[in-house]
Design a protein around this ligand. Structure first.
Ligand code: XLS
Ligand code: NI
Ligand code: NI
Length: 439
């Protein structure tokens, strides 16, 4: 097998003074922080679909970049060339995990039997590469949104036949995730949603999604899958309404159908912002529910209303992300998967590396700054103090469920009704964050 990215060597850490575009400025894989290497805190993963498949096609124009990697597209030779390219790419960047959809790694065939045969063949090859390099699978999933049969969703389709085809796909995807030792299995509800209520039975659709998930858990556990199942929330696109709108909605759904013991959430930055939240909000909601499973690392554009899946460059956001992750104690079976793609006009192989270097450095810097924020302590201290009225007296009774409306109404008689809560001091806190970010 010959080298694919010929002009690019191993990407090394050179420090923040470096002007070498093909070097890390902040990501120092082996640097130890809180007793763990940077690479373990961050567990970076390559997204097979954007990096090895997407050629920059948009609705107004054809691809601008060539991902044939020297093979004829749509063939198994091409599928293997993508494996070669992917493992060379990850090795050069020091990325230790990858994530994939079934249909990213092979061209789908006309029959399930042939498709599954191709999946067996390619995963044998991937496994060889994994053994050679030590690179691991973070999570896998089934693409149940591209094929026209999934126009109305997979679990949420109106056709029982399509539902069965989706079930067959999940079953095989679970087989290969287990074969590759994957730590997670993702359900991103690609088209699990609807366009109009004039033709939609939401209750039936949501119950069917839940039963597809239930059967998947049963099967996964039966074949020895010990990792986490994840829901990846997204509010819209491609559907107008998507059922897994945001972290809160997905958690409610999981609890309603008793799936919350097997599932956690895979939070994508750009999906959170599409839902009208900050990235940090959806991370916090997941974390306080014990469901922060994994992260799709990217960022959106404030001026555009869709999933632009850009490489993370915003250090403020990655700092807040790593702050949540550190405070939560890390992600057991998760990592930071770059569900990110180059802009259509950044079309060369070097750009693929620049994208990952940007993303990895932005998260490394975020990790460093999050540690400084925690060590500084002023923010945590402020929040603690802000709620201190619940630490004793009547506040403590409220927290402990030891009171009732009658008692509180009696107590309230002695409170000056013009009382105000303490100042929220937002500007003071924001200036602390700035002074840490830019020190
Ligand atoms: C699309 C999603 C998708 C999932 C995996 O918006 O982010 O890429 O991560 O199916
Ligand atoms: Ni994603
Ligand atoms: Ni996305």
């Amino acid at each position: 097998m010959s080298e694919i990215f010929k002009n690019i060597g191993k990407i090394k850490y050179e420090g923040k003074e470096s002007k070498n575009p093909l070097a890390f400025k902040y990501y120092d894989a082996d640097r130890v922080i809180y007793g763990k290497k940077m690479k373990e805190h961050l567990s970076f993963a390559m997204a097979w679909w954007h990096n090895l498949c997407a050629e920059g096609v948009d609705i107004f124009g054809a691809g601008t970049t060539d991902k044939s990697f020297g093979a004829n597209k749509g063939t198994m030779m091409h599928a293997k060339a993508k494996v070669d390219a992917g493992f060379e790419f990850m090795s050069k960047l020091g990325i230790e995990y990858f994530c994939f959809h079934d249909m990213d790694i092979i061209p789908e065939a006309d029959t399930i039997e042939e498709t599954n045969k191709r999946l067996d063949e390619i995963t044998d090859y991937i496994k060889e590469k994994m053994d050679e390099t030590g690179i691991k699978c973070l999570w896998g999933t089934a693409n149940m949104f591209s094929n026209p049969r999934f126009m109305n969703g997979a679990g949420s389709t109106n056709s029982a036949d399509v539902f069965c085809l989706a079930a067959a796909q999940v079953k095989k995807a679970l087989d290969i995730v287990v074969k590759l030792g994957g730590k997670g299995y993702v359900f991103w509800g690609g088209r699990e949603g609807y366009e109009t209520l004039l033709n939609t039975d939401i209750k039936l659709e949501q119950e069917n999604i839940a039963s597809l998930m239930k059967m998947s858990v049963e099967y996964g556990r039966k074949i020895g899958f010990e990792g986490d199942f994840f829901i990846e929330p997204k509010p819209k696109e491609p559907m107008k309404h998507q059922y897994d709108f945001d972290a809160s909605t997905a958690i409610g759904f999981l609890k309603q159908y008793n799936l919350d013991k097997d599932f956690k959430l895979n939070i994508e930055a750009n999906h959170a912002t599409l839902a009208g939240h900050t990235f940090q909000h959806d991370l916090r909601i997941s974390a306080i529910n014990g469901m922060l499973g994994s992260i799709d690392a990217n960022q959106g554009d404030n001026l555009l209303g869709w999933d632009t899946d850009q490489f993370p460059s915003n250090v403020y956001e990655t700092t807040m992300c790593m702050y949540e992750v550190l405070k939560y104690g890390g992600m057991k079976n998760g990592g930071l998967n770059f569900d990110s793609k180059n802009r259509r006009a950044s079309y060369t192989p070097e750009d693929m590396f620049y994208g990952y270097i940007l993303g990895m450095d932005t998260f490394a810097l975020g990790l460093i700054k999050a540690v400084e924020l925690i060590e500084d302590g002023r923010i945590d201290e402020f929040v603690k103090e802000r709620y201190s009225s619940f630490n004793e007296g009547i506040g403590k009774k409220i927290r402990e469920g030891q009171t009732n409306l009658e008692e509180l109404a009696e107590y309230a008689k002695n409170i000056d009704s013009k009382v105000l809560p303490s100042s929220a001091r937002q500007e003071y806190l924001e200036s602390i964050v700035n002074s840490i970010l830019f020190s």
